[in-house]
Write a protein of this length. Structure first.
Ligand code: NAD
Ligand code: IPM
Ligand code: MN
Length: 359
């Protein structure tokens, strides 16, 4: 049987709670699909920083990078905690991982599952994926401030967009569209961010010529938020920069029935370093320790992980179990571990179609 090495970073707040459920499901589905996951847990995040002063050492990074894949819960302390000022766990840990491991595709699928209580009254069929650029944009830390702390302070945070970086993520988005419903929407703000907008637009137009079967559309990001609420069914693949993608995918999570359902993959499509899978949500300090967190996003991130590793049947088994679990929720309140247990039990059971094959 195949063995996969998995670095696990449970993190802070609800991170460890949802990761425990994701691992339950992963191990349950793995044994049925002739694969074994050897996990190494890395204690990283705000808690580790407060204990040791380390955010992510070079040794940690090298050890994580030596695994086949990474599963992350969520990192980040309570916003406003004075002990964390200057630590910048998000940049020093999460972004450092994404940048060092060249996770240039941040893949964030959204579906409205049957039976889910979406805040949209009549959402229709919703199944789209945001291909968010993961290594550039305003996230690169190209900024600074002068006259800091004075009334004349000037703070710059420059968005970096390279032709190389934009082209590779756009190409990935076109390939993704080709494998789906062949519709791609570029989301940007070309009317105001004219330099970066022009680069994205020209690259999309150029790459589109290689994918004549993919229909291309463009929306300004503000208008995109309108359609995500009024007509999300129009979307198939959205491609956008790092910051717009961050914002749009929290909105996408909300319309899909809650941020607790939104999964993501930080993908290195070239396979030069391990890809990392994590829920879209954060450490949710407001509900940490209460077993109120929905572990579904973490569990669906396991489905993305399995798919990335070429274990598509195991991935489908997880998605099927999650879909059934969501359909059965109506009005019930269950704890984090009750949801995880139910899905872990369901993935280890023969699916209806598999049992039909036996008869
Ligand atoms: P958040 O996503 O942690 O929480 C926003 C809201 O969503 C909260 O009300 C929370 O209770 C709710 N929520 C989140 N996940 C949920 C789940 N699984 N089930 C039910 N409800 C859920 O965002 P925030 O409050 O802006 O950030 C908190 C901390 O997390 C910050 O330090 C932030 O930087 C960090 N963060 C980390 C990641 C990550 O590790 N990938 C992502 C986003 C935010
Ligand atoms: C996310 C988070 C991160 C981001 C933060 C915590 C750095 O919000 O994964 O969506 O902005 O990418
Ligand atoms: Mn976010």
């Amino acid at each position: 049987s195949r063995t996969v090495s998995l670095a696990v970073i449970p993190g802070d707040g609800i991170g460890p709670e949802v990761t425990a459920e994701a691992l339950k499901v992963l191990h349950a589905v793995a044994s049925d699909h002739d694969v074994e996951f050897e996990t190494t847990s890395f204690s990283l995040g705000a808690a580790r920083y407060l204990e040791t002063g380390d955010v992510l050492t070079d040794e940690d990074l090298a050890a994580i990078a030596s695994h086949d894949a990474i599963l992350l819960g969520a990192v980040g302390g309570v916003p406003g905690d004075p002990r964390l000022v200057g630590a910048n766990i998000e940049r020093g840990l999460l972004l450092r991982l994404r940048f060092s491991l060249d996770h240039y595709v941040n893949l964030r699928p959204t579906r409205i599952y049957p039976g889910v209580p979406s805040p949209l009254a009549d959402a229709g069929d919703v199944d789209f994926v945001v291909v968010r650029e993961g290594t550039e944009g305003p996230y690169v830390g190209n900024g600074g401030s002068i006259r800091t702390g004075t009334p004349h302070e000037v703070a710059n945070e420059v968005s970096v967009n390279t032709a190389y970086g934009v082209e590779r993520v756009v190409r990935y988005a076109f390939r993704t569209a080709q494998s789906r419903r062949r519709k791609l929407t570029l989301v940007h703000k070309t009317n105001v961010l004219t330099f970066a907008g022009s680069l994205w637009k020209r690259i999309v137009d150029a790459v589109a010529a290689e994918f004549p079967d993919v229909e291309v559309d463009y929306l300004h990001v503000d208008a995109a938020t309108i359609f995500l609420v009024t007509n999300p069914g129009r979307f198939d693949v959205l491609v956008t920069d790092n910051l717009f993608g961050d914002i749009l995918t929290d909105l996408a999570g909300a319309i899909s029935g809650g941020i607790g359902l939104a999964a993501s993959g930080n993908i290195n499509p070239d396979g030069t370093s391990p890809s990392m899978f994590e829920p879209v949500h954060g450490s949710a300090p407001d509900i940490a320790g209460t077993q109120k967190a929905d572990p579904t996003a973490a569990i669906l991130s396991v489905a993305l992980l399995l798919d990335h590793l070429g274990l598509s049947e195991a991935s489908a088994a997880v998605t099927t179990a999650v879909t059934a679990d969501i359909a059965s929720r109506a009005g019930r309140t269950r704890s984090t571990s009750e949801i995880g247990d139910a899905i872990a039990t369901a993935v280890s059971q023969p699916t209806p179609s598999a049992s039909k094959d036996l008869s």
